[in-house]
Write a protein that binds this ligand. Structure first.
Ligand code: TYD
Length: 137
């Protein structure tokens, strides 16, 4: 399992600006390199809470701050990088095999995650030392 931070991409999603209100959209295998098997969202996050804090063996994902803002920390076992998401027309693409954590949620923020897989607990690596071992294989 080897993934590099260089594979993480901030995707600039289409933006249809309109005096009636703006519109953005995402098409699978166009703006993101995978088929969407699942969508979930994280909301009502109390101040100071941290979500994520794990890696996936297979799941690729795109994270969008539909509302408000939060930070996503990605880590390939060697380096870490922080992305601040605060616009609904940016999506952060994260390939499988990277540790990631989300924090610094603003009040009423809404994090949408598009996933390439159905939910499967066995796809999670929840222990950081296991993650480091796997990155060395
Ligand atoms: P988890 O992915 O660990 O949350 P986070 O990484 O945001 O901190 O998921 C929390 C719980 O929700 C865990 O018991 C698994 C469950 N869950 C599902 O049942 N289906 C899903 O699609 C997701 C993402 C989580």
């Amino acid at each position: 399992m080897k993934s590099s931070l260089s594979e993480v991409k901030m995707v600039n999603l289409p933006r249809i600006e309109d005096p009636r209100g703006n519109l953005s959209f995402i098409e699978e295998e166009n703006h993101i390199p995978f088929k969407i098997e699942r969508t979930y969202w994280i909301y009502d996050v109390p101040g100071g809470q941290v979500r994520g804090g794990h890696a996936f063996k297979e799941q690729q994902e795109l994270i969008v701050a539909l509302s408000g803002s939060f930070d996503v920390l990605v880590d390939d076992g060697k380096e870490q990088k922080k992305y601040s998401l605060n616009r609904s027309y940016y999506g952060l693409y994260i390939p499988a095999g990277l540790w990631r954590q989300m924090n610094n949620f603003s009040t009423n923020s809404l994090a949408m995650v598009l996933s390439s897989t159905h939910f499967s607990e066995v796809d999670y690596i929840r222990d950081y030392s296991d993650f480091l071992r796997l990155t060395e294989l």
